[in-house]
Design a protein around this ligand. Structure first.
Ligand code: AVI
Length: 322
């Protein structure tokens, strides 16, 4: 953001690095070892994620995009007139355009993302393409409290758009907390439009997280590259491999990094031993039924109003109200 002075920017970057370091050390000292998936998304990670979305195997993005394309007019009506639309994990804001095209007299669009360069670049493009909407990007980790900007015109209400089934990357109790904080943020009149990946056959799910081009593997391994480049960690990244499978009982894809060899990771003066074959957990991707998700959302204060799906029932977009 050009409006932030370089010194403030530098200290924000430093703070982000410290969080990454502390979370990495804490995670590697747990049994089993783990690293938070939110650190996938530096600039390279965000680019790799965009590439995943374009693979044949990762059905989620094109399925959700088709749902948006087909039903954005109804969604726009559901969200109502004069809204300030806040998008969680906006990334490249591709699907959002269908929605922006159909909102009724929207006041502002607030993309929220952890990946700064990516956020400002996409926000700039949206702003150029939708001059009638005030675009107010917020670089934040949306799992932590953050304040919403004040648009020039007063919105009649706020609505959150949370696409991509990113909610699936949270454990159900964390997802519930996040849904609660979204309800709190939107207030009484608030709405939520959320994309949720649905349960389906193992083969389709596992293919989506083990794409034949190996982009998901690179995306997962990028976390270790970040630790090496940004935190100065000593890691033999090439000796790690991507490992992902569907845990049907838990209804989730589980993603790990597996070391092929015994190795010692040095990080900020700490030593972490990793055994050959040992797994470091990096991500869960929970899959829901529409009823199961509505139930979880109800516990967080939301009522399901409408939902849309594709012809295979692979993915759903749900509209919920407080
Ligand atoms: C962002 N999120 C919804 C993706 C998913 O499908 O859980 C992240 C991802 N991880 C591996 N591939 C994609």
């Amino acid at each position: 953001n050009s409006s932030i002075n370089p010194i403030a920017q530098q200290s924000m970057n430093q703070l982000a690095s410290e969080r990454f370091l502390n979370d990495s050390i804490a995670g590697l000292n747990q049994t089993p070892k783990q690293l938070p998936c939110k650190y996938f998304y530096d600039q390279r990670g965000s680019q790799l994620f965009d590439q995943i979305c374009e693979t044949e195997d990762y059905y989620l993005t094109r399925t959700e995009t088709a749902i948006m394309q087909r039903h954005a007019d109804e969604m726009g009506n559901c969200l109502g007139k004069g809204v300030m639309l806040v998008e969680f994990g906006s990334g490249s804001s591709i699907k959002t355009r269908y929605l922006l095209d159909h909102l009724i007299q929207p006041v502002a669009y607030v993309p929220v993302d952890i990946s700064r360069e990516h956020l400002y670049e996409s926000a700039g493009q949206i702003s150029g393409d939708y001059p009638q909407i005030e675009v107010l990007p917020v670089c934040a980790d949306f799992t932590k409290p953050f304040s919403l900007p004040n648009p020039k015109r007063r919105p009649s209400h706020d609505a959150v758009y949370f696409p991509g089934s990113t909610i699936g990357n949270f454990q159900p109790n964390q997802a519930k907390q996040l849904l609660e904080s979204i309800a709190h943020m939107c207030g009484e009149q608030g709405g939520l439009l959320i994309g949720v990946d649905l349960r389906k056959d193992r083969e389709t799910l596992e293919r989506a997280y083990n794409d034949t081009q190996g982009v998901t593997a690179q995306f997962n391994l990028n976390l270790l590259h970040r630790m090496r480049n940004e935190l100065g960690a000593t890691i033999d990244v090439d000796a790690f491999e991507h490992h992902a499978f569907y845990n049907e009982e838990a209804g989730r894809i589980e993603i790990y990094l597996r070391s092929r060899i015994d190795q010692t990771i040095q990080l900020d003066g700490q030593t972490v031993e990793v055994e050959a074959g040992e797994l470091i957990h990096t991500e869960y991707s929970h899959k829901y039924t529409v009823d199961g998700f509505a139930q979880l959302a109800a516990e967080a204060g939301w009522t399901l109003r409408r939902w849309w799906t594709d012809e295979n029932d692979y993915f759903a977009v749900l509209h919920l109200v407080v």
